[in-house]
Ligand binder design. Structure first.
Ligand code: IMP
Length: 188
């Protein structure tokens, strides 16, 4: 249970946060809808969810519990070279998949699509390993920021291009444990 109202900022981090972008309650409701959609779409072909660490871990953990199918999960960790709050597009694989994905129905679970460069790289990398199908489920999509055209099958929320934290999203590894999504106004 949360101990604050929808429109409240958690006190311990309030000095670094601006607006509430998505409240915990809105997140939980939307994640359940995405899970229901995936349950319906993948009924005949249970999916392999690939979470992109570390940002997608909270979303992945909530999402998988709302899918009423026998899903498998795996994780990749990628890191993007460059400044703290912008993707450079040069992606380095820090942790590769544990299992083969050939012939599997893969859903890449991402926290946020900003420039789209990370996702573009992952799509090419995973696509080359012959999955039976490859779709993306992104919790957040930053409007107007894309440098690479993307087809995203499942999108949680479209947001303005502010830098946001919480629900897995960090600033220099901090603030991932906030239960909602908030605008970051502090110093990175
Ligand atoms: P892209 O390659 O520009 O699409 O950036 C994607 C990655 O950048 C995400 O997976 C996040 O790790 C990070 N990122 C982009 N925007 C934000 C943000 O507002 N807050 C926290 N991380 C972000």
């Amino acid at each position: 249970m949360t101990d604050h109202r929808d429109d409240e900022i958690p006190q311990w981090a309030a000095h670094e946060l601006g607006r509430v972008i998505i409240s915990p309650q809105e997140l939980h409701a939307r994640v359940a809808q995405l899970g229901a959609e995936i349950t319906r779409d993948y009924a005949s072909r249970p999916p392999l969810l690939i979470g992109v660490l570390k940002g997608a871990m909270v979303f992945m953990s909530d999402l998988m519990k709302t899918i009423e199918l026998p899903v498998d999960i795996d994780f990749m960790a990628v890191s993007s070279y460059g400044a703290a709050t912008k993707s450079s597009g040069v992606v380095r694989i820090v942790k590769d998949l544990d299992a083969e994905i050939a012939g599997r129905h893969v859903i890449v679970v991402e926290d946020i699509v900003d420039s789209g460069l990370t996702l573009n790289y992952l799509r090419q990398y995973l696509g080359a390993r012959s999955p039976a199908s490859l779709e993306v489920c992104a919790l957040l999509f930053k409007e107007g920021e894309q440098r690479v055209e993307q087809t995203i099958r499942y999108t949680g929320f479209r947001i303005q291009p502010d830098f946001v934290v919480g629900y897995g999203l960090d600033v220099n590894e901090r603030l991932r444990n906030l239960d909602g999504i908030y605008e970051f106004t502090g110093t990175p």
